[in-house]
Design a protein around this ligand. Structure first.
Ligand code: SAH
Ligand code: SF4
Length: 410
């Protein structure tokens, strides 16, 4: 069933709305995929396929290995299972990954996949992005948590989109499986224990694609648990960063229940400006947000919080802003990521001039923070995020550079 039109209306009517309601629910296909399932759900699925309870643990372990270490995309690869069981599983389930609607590859190896996810009705599918950003010391996969976003940040293209559905935990973990497939990364990723995890193409994950992950908490938590599982995809929690616009009550939960690294979309140093840029600030103002950061479970100099700051010309990029920024986060073990604003059709902002970004980052650097906007040239600095592109369009130089800024969370 398609959601009625009334459901598209913001929770608070009018331009000042902070949040919209999600409009659709996930409807599982008749033949579901086992990819992305947690151990518990996998055991349940095996039960449905008639695997006796006493065998389930062992079977889960075997299938887990095939799915997340070997990257099996066909039940027939699972040679440690009997032919009968493989046939039974193939009758009931698939090993489908999220469907790729379009792929863009840049000369430097950056790849962007547009994924097609099922909608509530068969005639309406959804699209989200997943981006792979290779760098010399790591390869970062940027994954999505929602179709669209219920929040309305004024500089973000995703925020202007109305249609929203939460991704399932399986769709979240499935993005990592898909990237390993597409990059032919399974063998490298499965290298014997002790092998350098940086040798893998996908060594890091950032939850900085479409959506607000802390508004889809359980699915994000469960999906990331599959991604971090040491007997499977095995991307350590220290290499997983979740970015939030500041859903304060769920920040502590992210620390204790997910245990990943945290990035905060700060973007402004006063409540007055942040209320405009990130309307969620009206619900959870700066003081509460920074308190949540100070108290983030596990935060330390070795596990710093990343503060993201999008550079908007004449809006938040003065040198006084830079000084206020370092004052504001004083005492919090932190890194600062300056993200060049990536304009989109109809956006009301411009990216700061490169010289201004350099001066701004100089102040941040002098205050003792690594200043990760390392791009040398001004013209092609900009970042990319949450912007669906047509299948034929190539990633622009500015998008690639912006993506890099976002990937630099270590
Ligand atoms: N919803 C989460 C995560 C997704 S957005 C959040 O807001 O943190 C990932 C990052 O890209 C956020 O810091 C976001 O503020 C930033 N961003 C959004 N639109 C942008 C744009 N047009 N240019 C540059 N950065 C942008
Ligand atoms: Fe949503 Fe993040 Fe975009 Fe804000 S910046 S609208 S929270 S995706």
């Amino acid at each position: 069933m398609t959601a009625p039109l009334a459901a598209y209306e913001p929770v608070t009517a009018g331009p000042a709305a902070i949040e919209k309601r999600p409009q659709e629910r996930y409807v599982a296909p008749a033949k579901p995929s086992l990819v992305g399932l947690s151990r518990e759900k996998l055991a349940q699925a095996l039960g449905e396929a008639g695997v006796p309870e006493r065998q389930r643990r062992m079977r889960v372990q075997q299938i887990w290995h095939w799915l997340y270490v070997r990257g099996a995309a066909d039940f027939d690869m699972m040679t440690t299972l009997s032919k009968e069981l493989r046939a039974e599983l193939a009758q009931r389930f698939t090993l489908a990954r999220p469907e790729v609607a379009a792929e863009q590859i840049s000369a430097d190896g950056t790849r962007k996949w547009l994924l097609r996810l099922p909608g509530e009705s068969a005639d309406r599918s959804h699209e989200v992005e997943c981006v792979y950003i290779p760098e010399t010391d790591r390869g970062t996969l940027c994954i999505s948590s929602q179709v669209g976003c219920t929040l309305n940040c004024s500089f973000c293209h995703t925020g202007t989109q109305r249609l929203v559905r939460n991704l399932t935990a399986e769709e979240i973990a499935g993005q990592v499986v898909l990237a390993r497939d597409r990059l032919n990364d399974w063998q490298r990723a499965a290298a014997p224990t002790g092998a350098d995890p940086e040798k893998r193409l996908v060594s890091n994950v950032v939850m900085m694609g479409m959506g607000e992950p802390l508004y889809n908490f359980e699915a994000v938590r469960d999906g990331l648990a599959v991604v971090a599982d040491g007997d499977g995809l095995s991307i350590s929690k220290r290499r997983i960063t979740l970015s939030t616009s500041g859903v304060v009550p769920n920040i502590a939960r992210a620390g204790s229940e997910i245990g990943c690294m945290l990035a905060i979309s700060l973007h402004a140093v006063t409540d007055e400006l942040r209320d405009q840029l990130v309307p969620l600030n009206r619900k959870y103002p700066l003081r509460e947000l920074l308190d949540a950061c100070r108290n983030y479970p596990g935060v330390s100099n070795a596990r710093r919080i990343t503060f993201e700051y999008v550079m908007l010309k004449g809006v938040n990029d003065s040198l006084a802003d830079a000084r206020a920024l370092v004052r504001l986060i004083r005492g919090i073990p932190a890194k600062i990521n300056l993200i060049p604003f990536n304009p989109w059709p109809g956006s009301q902002y411009e990216c700061s001039d490169w010289e201004q970004i350099e001066k701004f980052s100089g102040i941040v650097f002098d205050a003792g923070y690594a200043s990760p906007v390392r791009t040398p040239r001004g013209r092609d600095i900009l970042a990319a995020c949450g912007q669906l592109k047509s299948a034929t369009e190539k990633l622009s130089a500015r998008e690639r550079l912006a993506l890099r800024a976002m990937a630099m969370t270590d």
